[in-house]
Design a protein around this ligand. Structure first.
Ligand SMILES: Cc1cc2nc3c(=O)[nH]c(=O)nc-3n(C[C@H](O)[C@H](O)[C@H](O)COP(=O)(O)O)c2cc1C
Length: 199
Protein backbone atom coordinates (compact mmCIF):
# COMPACT_ATOMS: atom_id res chain seq x y z
CA UNK A 1 0.00 0.00 0.00
CA UNK A 2 1.23 3.48 -0.82
CA UNK A 3 2.28 5.37 2.31
CA UNK A 4 0.76 8.81 2.68
CA UNK A 5 3.69 11.15 3.31
CA UNK A 6 1.42 13.87 4.72
CA UNK A 7 0.23 11.46 7.43
CA UNK A 8 3.86 10.79 8.24
CA UNK A 9 4.64 14.53 8.46
CA UNK A 10 1.67 14.88 10.84
CA UNK A 11 3.25 12.27 13.15
CA UNK A 12 6.30 14.49 13.71
CA UNK A 13 6.06 16.85 16.67
CA UNK A 14 8.40 18.49 19.15
CA UNK A 15 8.28 15.72 21.75
CA UNK A 16 9.69 16.97 25.06
CA UNK A 17 8.51 14.13 27.34
CA UNK A 18 10.94 11.41 26.35
CA UNK A 19 12.29 8.22 27.94
CA UNK A 20 14.96 5.65 27.13
CA UNK A 21 12.66 2.80 26.02
CA UNK A 22 13.47 2.46 22.37
CA UNK A 23 11.49 0.54 19.75
CA UNK A 24 14.67 0.27 17.60
CA UNK A 25 18.10 -1.18 18.32
CA UNK A 26 21.24 0.99 18.17
CA UNK A 27 22.12 -0.75 14.91
CA UNK A 28 18.73 0.20 13.43
CA UNK A 29 19.13 3.81 14.59
CA UNK A 30 22.57 3.93 13.01
CA UNK A 31 21.14 2.54 9.75
CA UNK A 32 18.29 5.07 9.76
CA UNK A 33 20.70 7.98 10.23
CA UNK A 34 23.09 6.65 7.59
CA UNK A 35 20.25 6.26 5.09
CA UNK A 36 19.09 9.85 5.68
CA UNK A 37 22.66 11.13 5.40
CA UNK A 38 22.80 9.55 1.97
CA UNK A 39 19.43 10.78 0.77
CA UNK A 40 19.27 14.46 1.76
CA UNK A 41 19.77 17.09 -0.96
CA UNK A 42 22.61 19.63 -0.78
CA UNK A 43 23.88 22.49 -2.95
CA UNK A 44 26.11 21.22 -5.77
CA UNK A 45 25.70 17.83 -4.06
CA UNK A 46 28.28 19.11 -1.59
CA UNK A 47 27.07 16.93 1.34
CA UNK A 48 28.48 19.30 3.96
CA UNK A 49 26.32 18.08 6.86
CA UNK A 50 27.95 15.90 9.50
CA UNK A 51 26.45 14.02 12.42
CA UNK A 52 27.70 12.84 15.79
CA UNK A 53 25.37 10.28 17.39
CA UNK A 54 25.62 10.26 21.18
CA UNK A 55 24.35 7.22 23.11
CA UNK A 56 24.42 6.05 26.73
CA UNK A 57 26.97 7.88 28.89
CA UNK A 58 28.01 10.12 25.98
CA UNK A 59 24.40 11.37 25.69
CA UNK A 60 24.36 12.04 29.44
CA UNK A 61 27.72 13.77 29.24
CA UNK A 62 26.40 16.19 26.61
CA UNK A 63 23.49 17.32 28.79
CA UNK A 64 25.86 17.63 31.74
CA UNK A 65 27.95 20.03 29.67
CA UNK A 66 24.84 22.01 28.65
CA UNK A 67 23.69 22.31 32.27
CA UNK A 68 27.14 23.35 33.46
CA UNK A 69 27.62 25.99 30.74
CA UNK A 70 24.12 27.42 31.10
CA UNK A 71 24.16 27.41 34.89
CA UNK A 72 27.14 29.76 34.77
CA UNK A 73 25.03 32.21 32.75
CA UNK A 74 21.73 31.83 34.64
CA UNK A 75 20.56 33.83 37.69
CA UNK A 76 20.47 31.80 40.92
CA UNK A 77 16.66 31.88 41.16
CA UNK A 78 16.25 30.27 37.72
CA UNK A 79 18.79 27.45 38.12
CA UNK A 80 16.23 24.89 39.33
CA UNK A 81 13.91 25.57 36.34
CA UNK A 82 16.93 25.23 34.08
CA UNK A 83 17.97 21.91 35.67
CA UNK A 84 14.42 20.60 35.27
CA UNK A 85 14.38 21.55 31.59
CA UNK A 86 17.78 20.01 30.84
CA UNK A 87 16.96 16.85 32.80
CA UNK A 88 14.09 16.21 30.36
CA UNK A 89 16.64 16.03 27.56
CA UNK A 90 18.95 13.69 29.49
CA UNK A 91 15.99 11.37 30.19
CA UNK A 92 15.81 10.72 26.43
CA UNK A 93 17.68 7.77 24.89
CA UNK A 94 20.28 9.61 22.83
CA UNK A 95 21.15 12.85 21.07
CA UNK A 96 21.98 13.57 17.45
CA UNK A 97 24.42 16.45 16.97
CA UNK A 98 24.19 18.16 13.58
CA UNK A 99 27.34 19.78 12.23
CA UNK A 100 28.48 21.52 9.06
CA UNK A 101 31.96 20.84 7.76
CA UNK A 102 33.22 24.36 7.06
CA UNK A 103 36.06 22.96 4.94
CA UNK A 104 33.47 21.76 2.43
CA UNK A 105 31.82 25.19 2.39
CA UNK A 106 35.19 26.89 1.92
CA UNK A 107 36.15 24.64 -0.97
CA UNK A 108 32.84 25.42 -2.72
CA UNK A 109 33.47 29.15 -2.20
CA UNK A 110 36.92 28.75 -3.76
CA UNK A 111 35.69 26.68 -6.68
CA UNK A 112 32.57 28.69 -7.51
CA UNK A 113 33.27 32.39 -6.75
CA UNK A 114 30.04 33.44 -8.48
CA UNK A 115 28.02 31.80 -5.68
CA UNK A 116 30.56 32.33 -2.90
CA UNK A 117 28.19 34.39 -0.77
CA UNK A 118 25.46 31.75 -0.90
CA UNK A 119 27.30 28.63 0.20
CA UNK A 120 27.27 29.29 3.93
CA UNK A 121 23.53 29.98 3.98
CA UNK A 122 22.85 26.99 1.73
CA UNK A 123 24.82 24.69 4.03
CA UNK A 124 22.47 25.61 6.92
CA UNK A 125 19.48 25.01 4.68
CA UNK A 126 20.80 21.59 3.67
CA UNK A 127 21.38 20.70 7.33
CA UNK A 128 17.81 21.80 8.16
CA UNK A 129 16.44 19.53 5.46
CA UNK A 130 18.39 16.60 6.90
CA UNK A 131 17.23 17.49 10.42
CA UNK A 132 13.62 17.37 9.26
CA UNK A 133 14.14 14.08 7.42
CA UNK A 134 15.66 12.41 10.48
CA UNK A 135 13.07 13.94 12.84
CA UNK A 136 10.31 12.53 10.58
CA UNK A 137 12.02 9.14 10.12
CA UNK A 138 12.20 8.82 13.91
CA UNK A 139 8.49 9.70 14.20
CA UNK A 140 7.77 7.06 11.57
CA UNK A 141 9.28 4.55 14.03
CA UNK A 142 7.30 5.97 16.99
CA UNK A 143 10.43 7.63 18.37
CA UNK A 144 10.01 11.18 19.68
CA UNK A 145 12.54 13.97 19.20
CA UNK A 146 12.90 17.72 19.59
CA UNK A 147 15.31 20.32 18.29
CA UNK A 148 17.63 22.35 20.54
CA UNK A 149 20.22 25.09 19.93
CA UNK A 150 22.68 25.44 22.78
CA UNK A 151 25.41 26.23 20.27
CA UNK A 152 27.63 28.24 20.30
CA UNK A 153 27.75 28.28 24.13
CA UNK A 154 28.65 24.57 24.31
CA UNK A 155 30.75 24.26 21.13
CA UNK A 156 34.25 24.10 22.58
CA UNK A 157 33.48 21.68 25.43
CA UNK A 158 31.50 19.41 23.10
CA UNK A 159 34.29 19.40 20.51
CA UNK A 160 36.81 18.30 23.12
CA UNK A 161 34.49 15.85 24.91
CA UNK A 162 33.61 13.90 21.76
CA UNK A 163 36.76 14.46 19.73
CA UNK A 164 34.98 16.31 16.91
CA UNK A 165 37.07 17.57 13.96
CA UNK A 166 38.05 21.24 14.18
CA UNK A 167 36.43 22.23 10.89
CA UNK A 168 32.98 21.03 12.04
CA UNK A 169 30.55 23.71 13.26
CA UNK A 170 27.73 22.65 15.60
CA UNK A 171 24.30 23.78 14.34
CA UNK A 172 21.66 21.78 16.27
CA UNK A 173 21.09 19.15 18.94
CA UNK A 174 18.26 16.61 18.66
CA UNK A 175 17.48 14.54 21.78
CA UNK A 176 15.37 11.49 20.89
CA UNK A 177 13.78 8.55 22.69
CA UNK A 178 10.62 6.68 23.61
CA UNK A 179 7.53 8.87 23.82
CA UNK A 180 6.23 9.39 27.37
CA UNK A 181 3.64 11.94 26.35
CA UNK A 182 2.40 13.32 23.03
CA UNK A 183 2.21 17.14 23.04
CA UNK A 184 -1.14 18.89 22.66
CA UNK A 185 -1.73 20.20 19.14
CA UNK A 186 -0.39 23.72 18.65
CA UNK A 187 -2.20 26.55 16.89
CA UNK A 188 -1.90 27.18 13.17
CA UNK A 189 -2.08 30.58 11.54
CA UNK A 190 -4.63 31.15 8.82
CA UNK A 191 -3.36 29.27 5.77
CA UNK A 192 -4.80 31.92 3.43
CA UNK A 193 -2.16 34.38 4.68
CA UNK A 194 0.64 31.98 3.91
CA UNK A 195 -0.10 30.79 0.40
CA UNK A 196 -0.60 32.85 -2.72
CA UNK A 197 -1.76 31.16 -5.90
CA UNK A 198 -1.81 33.02 -9.19
CA UNK A 199 -3.50 31.24 -12.03
C1 LIG B 1 14.83 26.10 12.77
C2 LIG B 1 14.12 25.66 14.03
C3 LIG B 1 14.68 25.95 15.25
C4 LIG B 1 14.07 25.49 16.43
N1 LIG B 1 14.70 25.69 17.63
C5 LIG B 1 14.16 25.18 18.75
C6 LIG B 1 14.86 25.30 19.98
O1 LIG B 1 15.96 25.83 20.06
N2 LIG B 1 14.26 24.79 21.10
C7 LIG B 1 13.05 24.16 21.04
O2 LIG B 1 12.56 23.68 22.08
N3 LIG B 1 12.39 24.01 19.87
C8 LIG B 1 12.92 24.50 18.74
N4 LIG B 1 12.27 24.33 17.54
C9 LIG B 1 10.97 23.63 17.51
C10 LIG B 1 9.80 24.58 17.28
O3 LIG B 1 9.55 25.33 18.46
C11 LIG B 1 8.59 23.72 16.89
O4 LIG B 1 8.90 23.03 15.70
C12 LIG B 1 7.34 24.56 16.66
O5 LIG B 1 6.89 25.14 17.87
C13 LIG B 1 6.20 23.71 16.09
O6 LIG B 1 5.94 22.57 16.91
P1 LIG B 1 6.08 21.10 16.34
O7 LIG B 1 7.55 20.83 16.13
O8 LIG B 1 5.50 20.21 17.40
O9 LIG B 1 5.34 21.02 15.04
C14 LIG B 1 12.85 24.78 16.36
C15 LIG B 1 12.29 24.51 15.10
C16 LIG B 1 12.92 24.93 13.96
C17 LIG B 1 12.31 24.58 12.62
Amino acid sequence: MQQNILELFAKRHSFYELNNNMPLSDEEIKHLIQKNLQLYPSPFNSQSTRIVLLLKDKHLKLWGIVLQKLSALTPENRISALSEKISKFSQAYGTILFYIDKNVVQSLQDRFPLYAENFSNWSYQASAILQFMIWTSLADNSIGANLQHYNPIIDNEVKVAFDVPDSWELVAQMPFGGISQTPLPHSFENIEQKLIIRD
